[in-house]
Design a binder for this molecule. Structure first.
Ligand code: AMP
Ligand code: GLY
Length: 420
């Protein structure tokens, strides 16, 4: 067994997945997680520290004398966690607050894309006194895409064919944030590419596809993600080459040239046109959730080594290998999710038994006073699996899901439908 210790920040399915991979690394002796969940508790030491309490996280990292901090969510990065850890020379997987703006500010992301020539939708910035109707007229051939310029926890974007809905959202956003983006609608199919990068190089992980709508057939309200699979066939080798050439390489050229380069994972949200041309829809400065849960298990190389190298500008010295397998995860959501999730219900049927090729990623779970696992969030857990084909992975994930009982819960039955 190795002697490294790692602190993972966050308490969702993504962080459980990071804890699983890190605790499986022969280099790692200890995994800590704050605040964690009932799943991370089985393989890591949970610490009752909130992800927004940067000061306490830094003290914890110092006290535990960890070799690496891996940041799950964007919030602490935007608040400057990586900046504070770097002052103490503690390696941090996740960018500085300035670069976290690639997710925190849609306008900053647009400015960088325009500076380095990355393909993305054209846009207007609207503020007090702007002619909103004129701008709406310009993009009236397609649905309108309105984006707030703040971190809005997945509620910052409205895509609508209803002009008055678009106009209302523009006006409300100007009132609350001072400005808003109105963006050209991009038709096509979405995919996510997670790119681990540092000052020395980058590694593209296999592309995946999330399912953001709550119900089957991509209906219902937007969610954090109801399931995902990997690799996504829409990203053919040809498309991947274009993504690297037109998006990743120019972004990396810029991000690695800065005095403090980007260190972490850049989540590139893509819209791929029918003719295979990729455009950037969004950047996130973290692993996607649930994309993380099905991407990390396809990495054959040591995950600790990859994350630590990317935190210390040594990525280019690694050769990262992947399994030629498929993976899929299905999220079990609480009754009422996404608008008003019911929490505090007991989850039955969670097996401790080791299953071949299928496992549970805990998300909104914790233990009650009787030691029973209860739901504490909207996305409660997800069932994940790998297989030699996507069909096989889907079958295994759904079989596992059917053994779990949570009153009122719901899940999508069509994860992977675009590829299956
Ligand atoms: P974002 O938070 O920027 O990822 O936007 C949320 C969702 O809105 C995306 O996953 C897309 O489904 C959709 N979206 C965002 N921008 C566009 C666009 N320019 N054209 C079409 N759909 C978009
Ligand atoms: N699953 C989408 C996200 O993590 O932003």
């Amino acid at each position: 067994m190795g002697d490294k210790s790692v602190l993972v920040i966050g308490g969702g399915g993504r962080e459980h997945s990071l804890c699983i991979e890190l605790s499986n690394s022969p280099l790692v002796a200890e995994v800590h997680c704050c605040p964690g969940n009932a799943g991370t508790r089985q393989i890591a030491t949970n610490h009752n520290v909130s992800v927004s309490d940067i000061k306490s996280i830094v003290s914890l990292a110092k006290r535990l004398d960890v070799d690496l901090v891996v940041v799950g969510p964007e919030g602490p990065l935007c608040q400057g966690l990586a900046d504070d850890l770097s002052k103490l020379e503690i390696p941090c997987f996740g960018p500085t607050s300035k670069l976290a703006n690639l997710e925190g500010s849609k306008l900053y992301a647009k400015e960088i894309m325009s500076k380095v020539g990355v393909p993305t939708a054209s846009y207007h910035i609207l503020s007090e006194g702007s002619d909103i109707d004129l701008a709406l007229d310009e993009f009236s051939d397609n649905p309108w895409v309105v984006k707030r310029d703040v971190l809005a926890g997945g509620k910052g974007v409205v895509v609508t064919s209803d002009r008055s809905e678009a106009k209302d959202f523009i006006e409300q956003s100007i009132t609350s944030d001072g400005k808003v983006l109105l963006e050209q609608f991009l038709p096509g199919e979405e995919a996510s590419m997670l790119v681990v990068m540092d000052g020395s190089g980058f590694v593209c992980l296999p592309a995946s596809q999330d399912h953001k709508r709550a119900y089957d057939g991509d209906n219902g309200p937007n969610t954090g993600g109801m399931g995902a699979y990997c690799p996504a066939p829409v990203v053919t080798l040809e498309v991947k080459d274009k993504v690297i050439k037109t998006i990743i390489q120019p972004m990396h050229d810029y991000l690695s040239s800065l005095s403090t380069p980007y260190r972490g994972v850049l989540y590139v949200g893509l819209m791929i046109t029918e003719s295979g041309v990729p455009n950037v829809v969004e950047f996130n400065v973290r692993f996607g959730d649930p994309e993380c849960q099905i991407t990390l298990p396809l990495i054959k190389s040591d995950v600790y080594e990859i994350l630590h190298s990317a935190s210390t500008d040594k990525l280019s010295s690694l050769v990262v290998e992947f399994y030629a397998k498929h993976s899929l995860t299905v999220v079990l959501a609480a009754e009422g999710y996404p608008s008003n999730p019911v929490k505090g219900r007991i989850i039955n049927g969670l097996t401790e038994e080791e299953l071949t090729h299928a496992w549970i990623n805990h998300a909104g779970t914790s233990l009650n006073d009787n030691g029973e696992i209860i739901s504490t969030g909207g996305r409660v857990l997800s069932c994940s699996a790998t297989g030699d084909s996507l069909e096989e992975a889907a079958k295994r994930a759904y079989q596992l899901l059917e053994t779990i009982a949570l009153d009122g819960s719901h899940y999508r039955t069509d994860i992977g439908h675009r590829a299956l």
